[in-house]
Design a protein around this ligand. Structure first.
Ligand code: GLC
Length: 725
């Protein structure tokens, strides 16, 4: 046995931690709870750059690379009294060098397995860059597209956020957290951040206990169950108690109800921000409140530096500090950092942007696009690549394609926010993607900027439209219009983009030229004005490094779009919030807006294909059950169109009568089906009443009540089941 049991891997992690804790001074314990910025974060909202200290628990935001981090680590491991390794963290949100579709787009793929593969690639690139820990997945349910961070989560539904939370955690952490390909995941931002008032970032959130348990906590429960190593507490004030100091969420829920045994890190300077939020400006009070609530690590503001003083004066019990340090050391030991503290140092071309990584990125980008509208089969532009018979326009010499708009040749817009080390020069724009396939049949005109009142480019846009067989408008928002601190009071198409649509549509109509709208950006936009003027709409989101190639493949028919919306599209800004699982109204057909339709323009689950799918009736193995019974629901789906396609069957439950009112429907499961033309498949849902028919009460206890429930498949067919007492 070594003279230092905490280094002895034949002992249990807890025994090793006991030994190490016994050796640590209060100053060394304090340093383990402090995270220092080692570089100016890509995020301009995070102000401050720290100086390296070899005894801190973690460093973040450095882009110096594996060799530089190893040099820092050598000092920590070899030149300090206890040699505790440092955790290097970074925001690897949707890729490190190879950038995948942003999270909201990934959710529209309804392909969690692909999200796992992408996260695994991101983990490999992150480790190669000298990171052990990523501050991802962000799983904040969000229903207000004015909030810029809507792009970072997996949409408006708690269940879908939870499925992707678990999938991404599995990708990052793999089967072995100590693997040199794994990084520690970090579920964020715990909790209720997506309820930011008015969509304004960092603001107050009025989140009832019911909303916590019904909407905002479920994704975290799934992420914790998947083994997430860490969690980040959020900036928002949860109905009077800021998340970073919230004992109910951090201890009663996370620790006591869910048994979470990793650690919680604050968000950037969130401890100090308690002053701005009106809790306390006293660092001692801030520290005591946050630590005693269950926030273990302090990101960047070093307020926790007052821990030794608090302990010495008896204002803070050292056992609270010990529990926090224990959790940090537990993750470091589970990651094997004491045995393997250093990163592999390999040439960039051996570890970043590998062909197989880019292939996965292009697949994911294609699966994340959602075909919202396709009047008269305006798409695909070509038949090439898709089974014969696909409807579409084709001329002898191939179609001349006008590609218009600010997003047409903007590769940067496809990467989105939180791109880590992703670079626009490694990405292909939509125009480049089309030119690669169509050559000089592509006519490009910018038409207008994202957000100016300059209409001087309209004539050029009209001219290329008049000389083409199809007009593709590439519109939306630039990368930095979503992400952190990117709230907008309006979700309408910015600048004069809507006017450009009108001008191009008028010119196109004269010559019966179909108009296709491709939307780039990170939030649902208000499309009430422009939707009637175009023949097809592809919601491309921010599809990542390979987005241009993927969008071209869809427009030209090499890929049949299969995405479905993970977040509803309000018709206008004034319609916010609009989401699929609203609660029933006292007078369902009254009290609606007098000036605009009140329903979503496109609702969660909407997404078209170049083929069609027919649904049979749902058959249930029983129509009356007891709580202990399990039944199966089966629905047959047939590809009733002319080309192969992928359909995601969405299973919903409606609970029309309960002691606590319920959403009009809840997504409870989904399954992707790849079907060739004419092929059918039966999709089965195993219904467990306790899991599928129960709901959380005001304190998160699952309640199962007798009564009638309606099982729906993709809003296409439904069946009733009665649950006996
Ligand atoms: C930020 C973000 C958080 C991010 C952290 C570190 O302010 O809110 O999502 O992980 O700081 O960059």
């Amino acid at each position: 046995m070594t003279s230092q049991p905490y280094r002895d891997t034949s002992l249990s992690v807890e025994a090793r931690i006991d030994d190490l804790l016994d050796r640590m001074t209060i100053d060394e314990k304090t340093d383990q709870l402090i995270q220092i910025p080692l570089g100016a974060d890509e995020n301009p909202n995070n102000i401050g750059e720290g100086t390296f200290r070899p005894t801190v628990g973690s460093m973040l935001a450095s882009r110096r690379g594996a060799a530089a981090h190893n040099a820092y680590q050598r000092i920590a491991v070899e030149d300090t009294r206890l040699g505790i390794p440092i955790l290097f963290g970074q925001d690897v949100i949707h890729g490190c060098y190879t950038i995948f579709p942003h999270s909201i787009a990934q959710a529209c793929s309804f392909d969690p397995e692909l999200a796992t593969r992408a996260a695994r690639i991101a983990a490999r690139e992150a480790r190669a860059m000298g990171y052990h820990w990523t501050f991802s997945p962000m799983i904040d349910v969000a229903r207000d597209p004015r909030w810029g961070r809507v792009v970072e989560g997996y949409g408006e539904d708690p269940y879908l956020n939870g499925v992707f939370a678990a999938a991404v955690v599995r990708g990052y952490q793999g089967d072995d957290l100590a693997s040199r390909d794994s990084v520690a995941a970090c579920l964020k931002h715990f909790v209720g951040y997506g309820a930011s008032e008015g969509g304004r970032d960092y603001s107050y959130t009025d989140v009832s206990r019911r909303a916590l348990w019904e909407t905002y906590l479920p994704p975290y429960r799934a992420g914790v169950a998947a083994g997430a190593a860490t969690i980040m507490s959020s900036f928002n004030d949860i109905t009077g108690v800021p998340a970073v100091a919230n004992h109910y969420t951090l201890t009663e829920v996370l620790r006591n109800r869910w048994g979470f045994d990793g650690f919680v890190v604050s968000d950037w300077a969130a401890v100090r921000q308690l002053a701005a939020q009106g809790l306390s400006a006293d660092p001692r009070v801030q520290t005591k409140r946050c630590l005693e609530a269950g926030n273990e690590m302090d990101m960047t503001d070093e307020v926790y530096a007052c821990i030794p003083d608090l302990v010495r004066t008896g204002a803070l019990d050292e056992s609270v500090v010990d529990e926090a340090v224990r959790r940090v050391l537990r993750i470091k030991m589970r990651m094997g950092l004491f045995e393997n503290p250093y990163f592999d140092e390999k040439p960039a071309d051996e570890v970043f942007l590998l062909p197989e990584y880019k292939s996965v990125a292009q697949d994911f980008a294609a699966e994340s696009c959602v075909l919202l509208k396709n009047r008269d089969s305006a798409l695909p532009i070509l038949n090439s690549g898709v089974d014969s018979g696909t409807a579409g326009r084709e001329s002898s010499s191939g179609p001349r394609v006008a590609v218009i708009g600010p997003a047409a040749d903007d590769a940067d817009a496809l990467l989105g926010s939180w791109r880590c080390l992703g670079r626009a020069e490694d990405a292909m724009s939509i125009c480049a993607g089309l030119e690669k396939r169509l050559g000089d049949a592509v006519r490009h005109a910018r038409g207008c900027d994202y957000d100016s009142d300059d209409r001087t480019g309209f004539d050029d846009a009209v001219r290329v439209t008049e000389n083409s067989d199809v007009a593709v408008l590439c519109l939306g928002e630039p990368s930095d219009w979503t992400g952190e601190n990117a709230s907008r009071a309006s979700i309408e198409l910015p600048g004069v983009q809507a006017e450009l649509v009108r001008s191009v549509a008028e010119a196109a109509r004269v010559r019966d030229v179909p108009v296709v709208l491709v939307l780039v950006g990170g939030r649902p936009l208000g499309l009430k004005q422009v939707e009637p003027q175009v023949d097809a709409i592809v919601q491309a989101w921010q599809p990542g490094t390979m987005g241009g190639a993927a969008i071209a493949a869809i427009l030209l028919g090499n890929r049949n779009p299969s995405g479905k919306l993970a977040i509803s599209f309000p018709r206008t800004t004034g319609n916010i919030p609009t989401y699929y699982c609203e609660h029933s109204r006292a007078r369902p057909s009254m009290g609606l807006y007098r000036d605009v339709e009140s329903d979503a323009l496109f609702e969660l689950g909407h997404g078209l294909s170049y083929t069609t799918f027919a649904y049979g009736e749902i058959s249930l193995s029983a129509v009356e059950i007891s709580p202990s019974d399990r039944i199966t629901a089966v629905v047959e789906v047939r590809n009733s169109g002319a080309c192969a396609g992928t359909e995601t069957v969405l299973w919903y439950v409606r609970d029309p009568e309960a002691s606590i009112t319920q959403p009009v429907r809840r997504l409870v499961a989904f399954e992707r089906l790849e079907l060739s033309a004419g092929e059918s498949a039966r999709v089965t849902l195993d219904i467990d009443p306790a899991k599928h028919l129960s709901y959380p009460d005001f304190d998160g206890n699952q309640v199962l009540e007798p009564g009638v429930f309606i099982i729906e498949a993709s809003r296409r067919t439904e069946k009733q089941v009665r649950l006996r007492a």
